[in-house]
Design a protein around this ligand. Structure first.
Ligand code: ZN
Length: 365
């Protein structure tokens, strides 16, 4: 039995680290292609530039044009060749990160990822999600390796709206429960093997950090303070959740998320917010003891993650409406089939309704 653990070659996190991208790129190349948005240049451009200029390190800011699509990747590859750079840096949110990883993969060059929000566990993974130019899901691009460097500037993340980081906690909340199911089913992880004990320990630690530091991190972020709790939560959302999900595997929570995207009213809600409701559904599906279920609801309520479908914009709770979600969640190939029990659209629908009812009850208390 082969076990595989994957992670970025180097992970750096701290206040003001945007200025150290150049320092951490020295061994990767000598001319940086920095993919960033117009807004990103305004906000962090000066700091990034300082690091490169101090080292006489050539670089070019290249503006991202809005979508992680095959067309945008092709455009950037041409620009990359014209500029004669020798590695890629992606600075921004999920789409910029995924585009930078994809361009680096096609050009066979190193990549540095500097996320500016902590809303998902995507920065550390060897995966890009591709969209069509008009923003519809296209396909997953599985990459042969993880980013060479992932660098998180805590001050930048803390300056983003707290809802992003809370959403990241929703994504991170799934890591331990999904890992437990996937490992229980002896399923393969995302990197071609079974989970190592280290990967599972990381998934468990991820959950522990959320419970012990989530609430205080949110309170700090609400007043713009960077505390040790904030640092730990950013690490849990980005590194622990990223390595945990990729090297352990996932299960029902993400399938329920995918199912929820069938309802257009959920489109204004973030990935991690829908995943959080997916976790609640998974706990019911797998019949967790009530004490553990309560612990997760308490956590969600304490940090402001949704515990009802209404909080995700879903007002129509009829079976006719929700069955679309459940059917999509149970589609062949969905990771929901990693759960400890056999599932079908009906059982998923029942679990969603029960999760919603419990959510209403806990909210009222
Ligand atoms: Zn996720």
């Amino acid at each position: 039995m082969r076990k595989v653990l994957a992670c970025p070659s180097r992970y750096i996190q701290g206040k003001g680290e945007m200025a150290s991208i150049a320092e951490h790129s020295v061994s990767l190349g000598s001319n940086a292609f920095i993919l960033i948005s117009e807004n990103g240049i305004k906000r962090y451009g000066e700091n990034i530039e300082k690091g490169f200029t101090e080292r006489n390190f050539p670089f070019t800011f290249v503006k991202f044009e809005g979508e992680c699509s095959k067309e945008e990747i092709e455009r950037l590859r041409k620009e990359y060749t014209t500029l004669r750079c020798d590695f890629i840096v992606g600075v921004g949110g999920g789409k910029i990160i995924d585009t930078a990883k994809a361009v680096a993969y096609y050009e066979s060059v190193p990549v540095v990822i500097a996320p500016t929000i902590a809303s998902t566990d995507a920065p550390c993974s060897a995966l890009s999600v591709l969209y069509t130019p008009d923003g519809q899901f296209d396909e997953y691009l599985f990459l042969p390796k993880n980013p060479d460097v992932v660098l998180v500037d805590t001050a930048v993340v803390a300056a983003s709206p707290p809802r992003f980081t809370v959403s990241g906690m929703g994504d991170a909340l799934a890591t331990y429960f999904e890992a437990t199911s996937a490992i229980g089913k002896d399923s393969d992880n995302f990197v071609g093997g079974k989970a190592t004990v280290a990967a599972y320990a990381i998934a468990e630690l991820c959950y522990d950090i959320l419970l012990s530091h989530g609430k205080s991190a949110v309170e700090a972020l609400n007043v713009g303070a960077i505390t040790q709790a904030v640092e730990k939560i950013i690490e849990a959302n980005t590194l622990l959740s990223g390595v945990g999900f990729e090297s352990c595997g996932i299960s029902a929570a993400h399938s329920v998320h995918n199912g929820l995207t069938a309802l257009h009213e959920t489109h204004d809600y973030y990935h991690g917010e829908k995943v959080a409701f997916g976790v609640l559904t998974q706990l019911i599906l797998e019949d967790y003891p009530i004490e553990e279920i309560e612990e997760v609801y308490d956590f969600c309520l304490s940090v402001g993650l949704p515990v009802t479908l209404g909080e995700l914009g879903v007002e129509d709770l009829s079976r006719d409406n929700l069955i679309k979600v459940a059917q999509l969640a149970c589609a062949p190939g969905e990771t929901i089939h990693n759960t400890s029990v056999a599932v079908c659209p009906d059982s998923v629908l029942d679990a969603m309704l029960a999760a919603d009812a419990l959510g209403k009850m806990y909210k009222a208390q």
